[in-house]
Ligand binder design. Structure first.
Ligand SMILES: [Fe+2]
Length: 280
């Protein structure tokens, strides 16, 4: 199984930071772009991406595949995704283990699924069909959740592990999402980490969340918390070879603060897996 390359430490590409990135060419190893932001013919977004792609590796991250929905796969969306990938040559393409709508309605949210054998069969089948169409493996991301289903027959981590093997896909492992879900549903996040199939993980997400006392929400509008840094340090010894990046989607700080967070990620990684630092 040929893995995509290790890219190092990246950031999510957001319009808020276009001037800084284009002007300074900052020390960022790679960028993750939101696929849907560039599914427009012509115009500024594509022109910006052309320039950034000349200087950095990119990966494409989508929010609309709705891979777990019971609605038919959106062939127009997949065709646009394939076209974008053929043009910009991302190292990989990812989306979320969720559904985002049904009956023609897009709720623009990453909705959870029950962890059942039936759902596993359904999602595996759809991932394989998408991969066949795109002609490449995709990476699927574990999401933050706020409800559980009485129908679930297995843990989330068992579902994810089975999914990766049976669909023959990659995993985008979001450490913040594991932390948020572990708090909301009172499970040990280390159980999730231990169960993740090491050779399937191609990318790690780090992000901030908001704390509402009784529950946490995956808002990407805060700095990464100490709890999530601690969890990342526990992830690194097993996943030292995996590209990592920071997602920030709101309440944008000065770009220098994000770069400082990225340096912190490098430091946590180096301290948690010092003998392997040179491999990234
Ligand atoms: Fe994420």
């Amino acid at each position: 199984m040929e893995r995509p390359p290790s890219l190092g430490f990246g950031l999510g590409l957001r319009p808020h930071y276009y001037p800084e990135i284009l002007g300074r060419k900052p020390k960022v190893d790679w960028f993750e772009v939101i696929s849907e932001n560039f599914m427009v013919p012509g115009g500024q977004p594509l022109a910006v991406l052309e320039r950034i792609r000349n200087d950095y590796p990119i990966v494409m991250h989508g929010v609309s595949m709705s891979i777990a929905s019971t609605a038919p796969l959106d062939q127009d969306y997949l065709a646009a995704l394939k076209g974008l990938a053929e043009h910009f040559q991302p190292e990989w393409i990812s989306d979320h283990l969720c559904w985002t709508g049904v009956h023609g309605v897009n709720l623009h949210d990453l909705l959870p699924i029950p962890y059942t054998a039936e759902a596993l069969d359904h999602v595996c089948d759809r991932i394989r069909r998408v991969q066949d169409f795109l002609g490449r493996r995709i990476a699927i991301e574990n999401v933050s959740t706020y409800v559980t289903f009485a129908e679930s027959e297995m843990d989330e981590w068992t579902f994810v592990r089975e999914l990766c093997e049976r669909a023959d896909c990659w995993l985008l492992f979001d450490v913040n999402n594991v932390f948020v879900s572990s708090f909301n549903h009172d499970f040990d996040p280390l159980k999730f980490i231990d169960a993740v199939p090491r050779d399937r993980v191609v990318q790690i997400h780090l992000a901030g969340h908001s704390d509402h006392g009784t529950h946490k929400i995956d808002t990407h509008d805060q700095p990464i918390t100490g709890d999530v840094w601690s969890l990342y340090a526990k992830v690194c010894p097993r996943f030292w070879h995996v590209s990592a990046m920071i997602e920030r989607d709101d309440n944008f700080p000065p770009f220098g603060e994000l770069l400082a967070e990225l340096e912190h990620a490098r430091m946590v990684h180096a301290e948690a897996s010092p003998q392997r630092e040179s491999a990234l």
